[in-house]
Design a binder for this molecule. Sequence first.
Ligand SMILES: [Fe+2]
Length: 244
Amino acid sequence: MIDLHCHMLPGIDDGPDTLEEALALCRHAVASGITHSVVTPHIHPGRYENDASTIPSAVSALRDALVREGIPLQLGYSGEVRISAEILPMVLANRIPFHGEWKGKRVLLLEFPHSHILPGSDKLVKWLLQRNIIPMIAHPERNKDIMRDVSRMHEFVQMGCLFQVTSGSLSGRFGEIAEQRAKEIVAEGWATVLASDAHNLKARPPELADGLAVAIELLGEEAALRLVQDNPWEIVACQFEGAA
Ligand SMILES: [Fe+2]
């Protein structure tokens, strides 16, 4: 399985603090059936000052440690970009890393605040689409506006956004409402991928099997496997140079 959203680089955001903790997350990912993890540090101006120039060296260091420790996890990278006006100049200055491509468009993992959908989010999405960038909206099932009213997603569905549902939401790790919303989003066929959004071993571990089991109940095995294998691979294969 391929995990497109996780925080496993040490000391760079609210993921692991140390290399040892990061390696423990990587070992857990492998034990959980994950072969490829695309690490996505927060890019949140004013809070987490990561960008395309700072992330690759942290990725290289963790890749070296994986080889040293004999942990068979392939690492790619991108970022989880918090929506704000400040990201527009960052996009124009090539400071935002992309996951890869989906149907000819570059894929950007876009995070809304958990509290609500900011006014103007639709305009920012259109601005990105005009530049051949397709937003993959992170964990819509955990956004409070969408938790209150799932129809708040419609305009983003209609604009062609991709959606990343968090595996643990499907299995109830984030409460009943997030579970219900996650199931609705998957059952509607809106989810592009399931991802772990891993931060640590306890509350948010790098696992996909729990969500996959629920997705199989909802969609059947073939369609559910697309969410953890085919679709994420289509987006990120270019990062791994065909080495599956
Ligand atoms: Fe995240």
